[in-house]
Ligand binder design. Structure first.
Ligand SMILES: [Zn+2]
Length: 258
């Protein structure tokens, strides 16, 4: 994991690497998930996995207690009691090539991808911009996004002219509002998550349409990719299983009456 997602590439505020577990313990089965929630720990217990690899960290701010009656503490207790290590790659996986946004770009069929914002090392950086092999109207592209990403309660939201022709696409897995302005100079549409009202209102949507998908959906393709990558690297000596738990916290959407 460190070879593909260097811990040195992580943001200063971030938390990556081994969250709990013994670095010397043998690992026979790894469960891959987006978030280290208690449901994912229970899934790992059922599967008798020795390790969970996630994208999101368990703790980001200072922690002074892992008592069992706290949310994070319960995860740590259950994991350690059942001999399960937890490891995560977060902003270092965003920066990497291939990384989180490459997985999203791949699943949407983009080619010739380059970083939206280049990183310090060549080929690295956050977000990706690439081309569709066949141009299509925004409405058709949004339907493709919705079809390719995992089903969620909230679904796919679109801001822009449904007839606008889409050739170049910018993507950023996770919360990508900070890349909206650079995306608008390079792409016909920007696909990301967690976009807010005022930012969308102020964005030049006639130049670069916006597609907002749930955070879980935009980063899920990476979970599948990293499981394949680790399985391949370990040459079949370790069982790599992708979680079936949807850690998207949103559960229901009521569409407004027509
Ligand atoms: Zn994320």
């Amino acid at each position: 994991m460190d070879r593909h997602y260097s811990p040195f590439a992580a943001e200063e505020w971030d938390s990556v690497g081994l969250i709990c577990g013994d670095p010397d313990a043998p690992v026979g089965r790894i469960l891959f998930a987006l978030d280290p929630t208690i449901d994912v720990i229970h899934e790992a217990m059922e599967l008798q996995a020795d390790m969970i690899i996630t994208h999101h960290p368990l703790f980001l701010s200072g922690v002074h207690s892992v008592a069992r009656d706290t949310l994070g503490g319960r995860v740590i207790h259950e994991a350690l009691t059942h001999g399960i290590a937890i490891f995560n790659a977060h902003t270092n996986a965003d920066q990497a090539n291939p990384g989180v946004s490459d997985a999203l770009a791949d699943i949407l069929g983009l080619t010739d991808c380059i970083p939206l914002v280049p990183g310090e090392e060549i080929n690295q950086g956050i977000g990706r911009v690439g081309r569709l092999t066949i141009a299509m109207p925004l409405s058709e592209f949004a339907a493709l996004v919705s079809r390719k990403l995992p089903a969620t309660a909230a679904g796919t939201r679109v801001a822009g002219d449904p007839e606008a022709l889409i050739t170049t696409v910018a993507v950023c897995g996770g919360s990508g509002d900070s890349l909206m302005s650079v995306a608008s100079t390079l792409a016909d549409v920007y696909v990301t998550s967690d976009l807010k009202h005022h930012k969308v209102l102020d964005h030049p949507r006639e130049v670069c349409a916006l597609i907002d998908v749930p955070h879980f959906a935009s980063e899920w393709p990476w979970v599948v990719k990293v499981a394949e990558l680790v399985a391949q690297e370990l040459g079949g000596t370790v069982d790599c299983v992708v979680s079936t738990i949807r850690t998207d916290p949103w559960t229901t959407q009521i569409a407004s009456p027509a």
